[in-house]
Design a protein around this ligand. Structure first.
Ligand code: SF4
Length: 247
């Protein structure tokens, strides 16, 4: 099947599903995604500050849904602990740790210092390429992005086409208050760094706590002209690199 055919098919399907689901509860969105794509559906999670809500909802629909976790090699130790504890608590049975390819690290970032000089290239080998490889066997994926995060996410649809696949954003409509209420109602454990002021949590070199009144993602790549890691950009066929987009 050609990439052009895939793109046209995913465009049409995503538009139809978005029309049906744009006001649906996140659980309904995940149920529809699973009904449509079955074992060709994955969920991508950072196990970050707000991840427990989406993972909890998904686990109630199907705890065996494949969960893809980008272990960049630069994550906080607290995130690695949280990933294990939360997966066990929610009964998730198929969490897959995606790591950068040894060859990519050896040729591009042998000293693990690329983040100091080229964050786009670092995100490319540690996030974009591992996710691309992992998604090869899937036709659709679920993300935890929300509109209230602002920036490029302000117009986020609930369902969108993405490189010949379909991407579901079940929490697109939810507010910070919705998330907090759901987490409290279901007694979900918070990422340990939230108590230290981290509102959005990625790799340790590129994540800082946020000040009162700052945007949720203000602590990511602070001081750089970069707000996203690159995994959500729709790329032209054959494109080798990208910028923009995060879990
Ligand atoms: S967030 Fe920072 S350390 Fe992590 S992959 Fe991107 S540039 Fe590298």
């Amino acid at each position: 099947m050609s990439l052009a055919y895939d793109a046209a098919r995913s465009d049409t399907l995503a538009a139809r599903l978005d029309a049906e689901l744009r006001r649906a509860h996140p659980r309904t969105v995940i149920e529809a995604a699973l009904e449509t794509f079955g074992d060709k559906l994955a969920l991508v999670s950072s196990f970050g500050a707000e991840s427990a809500v989406l993972l909890h909802i998904a686990s109630r629909v199907d705890p065996a849904i494949p969960v893809l976790f980008l272990d960049t090699g630069m994550l906080f130790g607290q995130t690695l602990d949280y990933r294990k504890q939360l997966a066990a608590r929610l009964g998730l049975t198929d969490v897959r740790d995606l790591r950068p390819a040894y060859q990519d690290l050896a040729t591009t970032d042998p000293q693990n210092k690329l983040w100091r000089t080229d964050t786009d290239a670092c995100c490319h080998i540690r996030k974009v390429l591992p996710l691309d490889r992992a998604l090869e066997g899937f036709e659709a994926w679920v993300t935890g992005r929300k509109r209230f995060h602002g920036g490029d996410r302000l117009n986020l649809p609930v369902v969108e086409p993405s490189d010949g696949k379909v991407k579901f954003n079940p929490l697109a409509n939810w507010t910070r208050e919705d998330l907090e209420a759901y987490a409290a109602e279901n007694d979900l454990p918070a990422h340990p760094l939230v108590a230290q002021g981290f509102a959005s949590i990625g790799c340790w070199p590129c994540t800082q706590p946020v000040e009162e009144g700052e945007d949720v993602r203000a602590g990511r790549w602070k001081g750089l002209d970069k707000t996203e890691c690159g995994i959500h950009l729709v790329r032209a066929p054959g494109a080798a690199n990208n910028v923009g987009g995060d879990i």
